[in-house]
Ligand binder design. Sequence first.
Ligand SMILES: Nc1nc2c(ncn2[C@@H]2O[C@H](COP(=O)(O)OP(=O)(O)OP(=O)(O)O)[C@@H](O)[C@H]2O)c(=O)[nH]1
Length: 320
Amino acid sequence: MSAEFILLAGFLGSGKTTLLRDWLALPEAADTAVIVNEAGQIDVDGAIVADGGTVPLALLNNGCVCCSLTNDLVFTVEALLRQRREAGQGPFRRIILECSGLSKPGPILRSLAPLSPLGLRVRVVATCDAAQAPSRAAHFEEFAAQIAAADTVVLTKLDQAPAEAALALVEGLNPLAARVVEGDPARRALAAFTVAPGLAAGFPETGRAHPEVGVTLAEFGEDASWEDRLDWLENLAAFAGDRLLRVKGFLHPPHAPETALLVQLVGTLQSPPVPMPRGARTPEALVVIARGLDAAALRDVDADAPVRLSRLSDRRLRCD
Ligand SMILES: Nc1nc2c(ncn2[C@@H]2O[C@H](COP(=O)(O)OP(=O)(O)OP(=O)(O)O)[C@@H](O)[C@H]2O)c(=O)[nH]1
């Protein structure tokens, strides 16, 4: 039987990497290859997925797979398959592409055309954050494009919000999608990646640009203390409020030279930092994604803070 190509979509911070990690921890995930598309310069998701595992992993960095990296995607899939053959291992059962959080599945699906001789069975799995879905749906056409393109929609954060409002939204956007409403992480991952696909994906292409989204890289100076870092993050959340969509990256605590802390905020809600080994994959920097706030605007978080803010082109996230 031919391999599956699963496009894992879902809005910023909706739980794609978490779902993927939960899946890779299951015995059913044997013979899975992963491609991670990270819009920012630091490959946070790749570092998380690779952490401690042996999964064949390829990275598409520094751009959005649905607009600027489509050729790279075809090349990457072919390279993964070739390496596997050359290593004398059996074929992959599935390849999962984790898209960046503002990618639209439509252009990615179209870009896979050169791979059609391989006979990959393609489907779309989208994560939907039960807590954030109503506000995402109101502000971002990408949310609708992701849900509408999905064969399977997986509700996440059911420990933070009831499922009803998100389910109603999903049903309105895509009544044909299979829905996974499961609080247990392992069962959720199993259902997400093994549920029988429904009808072929359909997706609206509106062509409208999303509201302005700024992507900023925040790097702390040598002279920054640990408190400076924590204060800046706290001030950022207070300053940006609901304009803050996502923060992720690594901080290097001066008192723990071997450790990098994975820091994640979805909206202004911060998850407990996760310690990881410090190394080339875990440079100290934060990617800040905010509506209507670019690097220049973020200087007002605290003009005196020892932090360097630089702009990552908005085009990297736009898919219009
Ligand atoms: N409480 C709770 N937190 C979750 C759940 N799923 C993910 N998270 C947390 O939400 C944050 C974002 O999760 P990720 O898995 O990184 O989300 P993502 O969609 O890969 O994020 P991007 O790649 O930035 O778009 C992390 O801090 C996770 O630990 C969930 O079901 N419940």
